[in-house]
Design a protein around this ligand. Structure first.
Ligand SMILES: Nc1nc2c(ncn2[C@@H]2O[C@H](COP(=O)(O)OP(=O)(O)OP(=O)(O)O)[C@@H](O)[C@H]2O)c(=O)[nH]1
Ligand SMILES: [Mg+2]
Length: 245
């Protein structure tokens, strides 16, 4: 029986608990509770998909639990990283077709907090009308939430941050919402090249390297570091208590 099986009630194991645990090899960031097994900074006991907000100002969960939202360019790996964090293969939908996540999706973790999977920005091939409706959806979510504790902004290790990434970082900085940067898909570049790519990205976005986590949904790298950061974020006071005017 894997660790994943033990952490989860039986009704959640049917679709995605088979196969190897991709995070098993990554124990570097975890605190060691016993000599045999690293302590998991975020034990997943229960997960629930609460629903999606499809239009600006539309449905959102009637819950006062803390929220942490994942944001980034289309195809950067938001849904994959969310799955890695909660140790499920297909909890948030992952697709080869960029533009798959077209709603604001809400996932409850344990009885503790909500992870929010935001639609990707900047995928040019999505029809103009559809693309146009995404930014209001992101802004609509940001306006309405009074539970947000922080944003996880994702950047692909192979790409220099583009104008939209920088605009998003500016937007978040203006809102003064705590923002954690996660570099995704580090398995896609060789170890020799990795350092240079990370340096280039950190320089381009002008953030402290201590705010940046490297990750791979394929190898599980960075999972526990992200889990620690998210667990810490949800203990913070709400970023804003009233909806924006
Ligand atoms: N090699 C590798 N591929 C990844 C990684 N993370 C995601 N991918 C792949 O990248 C593609 C997009 O991943 P998603 O998780 O759907 O990306 P997303 O940001 O949610 O995309 P949208 O919902 O369209 O905005 C999929 O084919 C994933 O399998 C990673 O760490 N390593
Ligand atoms: Mg997605």
């Amino acid at each position: 029986m894997s660790r994943e099986d033990r952490d989860v009630p039986p009704h959640h194991t049917a679709t995605d608990s088979s196969g190897a645990d991709p995070t098993a090899a990554d124990s570097s960031a975890a605190e060691v509770a016993s000599p045999e097994r690293p302590r998991d900074p975020l034990v997943i006991r229960d997960l629930a998909f609460l629903g999606g907000m499809a239009v600006k100002g539309g449905w959102r969960p009637d819950s006062s639990l803390p929220e942490v939202a994942f944001i980034g360019r289309s195809n950067v790996g938001k849904s994959s990283l969310l799955n890695l964090l909660v140790r499920r293969k297909a909890f948030a939908r992952v697709s080869r077709t960029p533009g798959r996540t077209q709603e604001v999706n809400f996932f409850q973790v344990n009885q503790d907090f909500i992870l929010v999977d935001l639609p990707g920005y900047g995928y040019a091939k999505v029809s103009k009308t559809k693309r146009h409706s995404w930014q209001p959806l992101i802004e609509g979510y940001m306006r309405m939430t009074t539970q947000l504790r922080g944003i996880v902004l994702l950047l692909d290790i192979r790409r220099d941050p583009n104008a939209e990434d920088l605009a998003m970082l500016d937007y978040l900085a203006d809102l003064e919402v705590p923002t954690l940067v996660v570099i995704t898909k580090v398995d896609k570049v060789g170890t020799a090249e990795r350092r240079a790519r990370l340096d280039a990205i950190v320089r381009a976005i002008a953030v402290d390297e201590g705010q940046v986590i490297s990750s791979s949904a394929h190898t599980g790298a960075g999972r526990d570091e992200l889990a620690t950061a998210v667990a810490e974020l949800v203990t913070q006071p709400a970023w804003r208590r009233e909806p924006a005017p």
